[in-house]
Design a binder for this molecule. Structure first.
Ligand SMILES: Nc1ncnc2c1ncn2[C@@H]1O[C@H](COP(=O)(O)OP(=O)(O)OP(=O)(O)O)[C@@H](O)[C@H]1O
Length: 751
């Protein structure tokens, strides 16, 4: 059974295997069909592809043929090009060969030039080396020089630091010198005779170098009508405008240093006030008066100082007519009356309403002054010679600032052309003319009174008595400096006016008791005394010579007894005169007509023995002189002083006439010195005690009214008159200490 089962299992297995194989066969048959299908498809595909390839091959073959044709064409072209290029190459080769040759030539020339330039460069280098050495040497010397300059600069810088201090010191010293010369100066100027007047007699007898002036009335007989005056300076008729200004110039500088200065011209109508202050009409530069020159100088100095100071200058010009102040520079035709500030305003203006015109040059000033003078002249036609009857005041205001310190200063310069000073007899005038005269006399008297009160240190200075003194207040007194020009007309017909003018001036000049006088006096007096001694020697020699000549001329006097007599009586009279003139003047000037006496008469008296009072001739002569003087004084006195409004001034003037010294206590610095000199010159040998006594007497004399006293005092002799005058002029020097002190203490610097 097992076998069968085995065979049966075997058979099943065989059947299963056969079945599987059957299945495989079917599957394989299917796969074969499928593969046949695939093969046919692939065959189809292959055919299609074969065809496509064949087409493509055809196309490509066509293309290749075309390309080949084209390439053949290009090849031909390229061959052409190649042949062209070869040709060009050949050409270029030949060109480059020629170029190379040119370049070679150029190269050679460049090399040559480089060679030569190199050599030149070598030369330059050598030169530059030597220059360098030179420069180094110069640099060294420069640096040494710079060092030296540096040291100098340092010194300069140090000096510059002190410059301002020195400048300030200079100014101080300069103004001290001006102070030493006195704060009030009086210059006398005599105008020449005008064309057509040459034949007239002159009243001017003698002009001394030291300010002496002798006037006389030539129409009167006798030697006794001579009068001697003494001022700081006397300018004769021949003096030029420039000479006059030279002595004025120092004051101008003071204005720029902050001082107030007043320059005025006093004198009768036609005596040359306007000529001195402004110059003649349409004056050329050479004829310019003090005004123009002062302003021109002012600008010049301010210009010179511009590195250290800056200045502003303004001008006002007013006219005082009948006690009314009028602006001469105003464009306003209404000409209103202007008010005056009696005490100076902070800005220093006395007439603040008068127009102020800033000026920068002399040209500006000329223009303004022309306007001012034209305005004054307009008034003149309307009111008849008004220019002579009014005071014109040109005020220059200067404001300065120190550029270094910023310090400010202020100075005023008043340039005044006063109205004519002549006195008018009441009987001669009425109405407007009388009113004018009263106003002028009042203001001029007030001016004299102010100066006199200042000199006397009076607690009250009467500035308010006139518009003139109110306007000038800041420039009168204190440390202000005043210069008065006394103008004289030499015409004999003006003699009484001349004497009156001179007396006024003497009164003004006599008031200055300068602080420096006592300092200066010693030395100056010594010098002057030495001069006097030498003059006396000369006089003595001349005396002897004249005597000798006279003796030779007059044989009758040959006898010793007569000779002696003559010598005692005539020799001093004739002999002393001309030698003195010689010695004072330097040389004899016939025009002064002194040969027969006049000044010589004064000198006679001076040189004669003062003890010889019994000499009748002399005492007579003396009284005659005084009488003449009195007659003159009386002639000029108006009949009714009070009505004309100058009685006070007159009485004082008379007093000055009487004692001179009582008021004229020395004409400032030089005046006092000259007082001493005069006493020696004119009172040679006089007893000092006597002269002192007389001067004391003079100072004790009460003031007005003095006509009586005048005659008793002046009558004895003119010699005494002179003694009194000179003696009293010496007074301040003897007892000047108090006066000297007061002047110094009252002197206040203006600010
Ligand atoms: N020093 C001088 N040299 C030449 N001529 C002068 C001199 N002084 C004055 N004169 C002449 O004298 C005449 C009068 O002078 P001026 O007019 O200056 O006098 P015055 O005092 O100002 O007169 P007034 O009071 O009328 O103004 C003028 O013709 C002037 O030219």
């Amino acid at each position: 059974m097992s076998r069968l089962q085995l065979v049966k299992t075997e058979k099943t297995k065989m059947e299963q295997k056969k079945e599987l194989e059957e299945q495989d066969k079917v599957r394989l048959m299917k796969e074969k069909d499928h593969s046949d299908l695939e093969i046919s498809m692939l065959k189809q595909q292959l055919d299609g592809t074969k065809r496509t390839y064949e087409q493509q091959q055809l196309h490509l073959e066509t293309k290749a043929r075309n390309a080949q044709e084209e390439l053949e064409k290009k090849l031909k072209e390229l061959e052409c090009l190649l042949s062209d290029s070869r040709k060009k190459e050949k050409e270029l080769e030949s060109f480059s060969v020629s170029k190379a040759q040119i370049w070679n030539r150029k190269k050679v020339s460049y090399l040559n030039s480089i060679d030569s330039q190199f050599q030149a460069l070598q030369g330059l280098r050598a030169a530059s080396m030597s220059i360098k050495h030179e420069v180094i040497k110069t640099q060294r010397s420069y640096s040494e020089e710079f060092n030296r300059l540096g040291l100098k600069l340092k010194d300069l810088a140090e000096a510059a630091e002190n410059y301002h201090a020195v400048l300030e010191e200079n100014r101080r010293l300069y103004n001290e010198v001006q102070d030493l010369k006195g704060n009030i100066r009086v210059y006398c100027r005599i105008r020449p005779f005008l064309p057509g007047q040459s034949k007239k007699h002159s009243t001017i007898e003698y002009i001394g170098d030291n300010g002496e002036l002798v006037v006389a009335n030539p129409s009167k007989q006798g030697k006794e009508n001579h009068r001697l005056f003494k001022f700081n300076k006397v300018f004769g008729p021949a003096a030029t405008q420039e000479e006059v200004f030279l002595d004025t110039q120092p004051l101008i500088r003071s204005v720029l240093d902050g001082f107030n200065v007043c320059i005025f011209a006093y004198g009768q109508t036609g005596s040359g006030k306007t000529y001195t202050m402004s110059g003649p009409n349409s004056a050329s530069k050479g004829d310019w008066g003090v005004n123009y020159r002062a302003l021109s100088d002012l600008f010049q100095i301010s210009q010179n100082r511009r590195s250290s100071m800056s200045y502003e200058v303004g001008v006002q010009m007013v006219e005082i007519y009948n006690e009314q102040v009028r602006d001469l520079l105003s464009s306003d035709a209404s000409q209103k009356r202007l008010g005056i500030w009696s005490s100076s305003q902070p800005n220093g203006l006395a007439v603040p309403d008068a127009s102020m015109h800033p000026v920068n040059s002399t040209g500006d000033v000329l223009e303004l002054m022309h306007t001012g003078l034209t305005n004054r002249a307009v008034g003149a036609t309307a009111l008849n010679e008004r220019s002579s009857r009014s005071h014109s005041v040109l005020t220059v205001h200067v404001r300065g600032a120190d550029l270094e310190t910023g310090a400010a200063l202020r100075g005023n310069l008043h340039l005044v052309d006063l109205a004519g000073s002549e006195r008018v007899d009441r009987s001669e005038v009425t109405g407007d003319r009388l009113k004018e005269a009263q106003h002028i006399n009042k203001s001029l008297s007030a001016l004299g009174d102010v100066i006199f009160a200042l000199a006397q240190k009076s607690p009250h200075v009467p500035y308010r008595n006139s518009k003139l003194t109110q306007v000038l207040q800041s420039s009168l007194g204190g440390q202000a400096k005043t210069l008065m020009f006394v103008q004289l007309n030499p015409d004999v017909e003006s003699f009484s006016e001349t004497v009156s003018t001179l007396k006024f001036a003497e009164r003004v000049s006599g008031v200055e008791l300068g602080a420096a006088r006592s300092n200066k006096e010693g030395r100056d007096v010594k010098e002057l005394m030495e001069q006097v001694t030498s003059l006396k020697d000369t006089i003595a020699k001349k005396d002897e010579e004249i005597e000798r000549l006279q003796l030779l001329k007059d044989p009758r006097t040959m006898s010793p007894s007569v000779n002696n007599e003559k010598r005692s009586s005539t020799s001093p009279k004739v002999g002393a005169s001309s030698p003195r003139r010689h010695s004072l003047d330097g040389e004899f000037q016939p025009s002064r007509r002194l040969s027969s006496g006049k000044v010589s008469a004064l000198a006679d008296k001076a040189s004669s023995d003062p003890n010889n009072n019994s000499d009748d001739k002399h005492s007579e002569a003396g009284s005659q002189l005084s009488m003449d003087a009195m007659v003159d004084t009386n002639q000029i006195s108006p009949p009714d002083d009070e009505l004309l409004g100058f009685s006070g001034a007159d009485s004082e003037e008379r007093l000055s006439d009487i004692s001179d010294g009582g008021l004229s206590v020395g004409t400032e610095t030089d005046g006092s010195v000259s007082g001493a000199m005069e006493s020696s010159l004119f009172l040679e040998g006089s007893k000092p005690a006597e002269s002192t006594q007389k001067s004391k007497l003079a100072t004790k004399i009460p003031r007005p009214p003095q006509k009586q006293v005048q005659s008793t005092l002046t009558r004895p002799s003119s010699l005494k008159d002179l003694r009194k005058s000179t003696g009293s002029k010496k007074l301040p020097s003897a007892g000047s200490s108090s006066a000297t002190k007061t002047t110094t203490t009252t002197g206040k610097r203006w600010q």
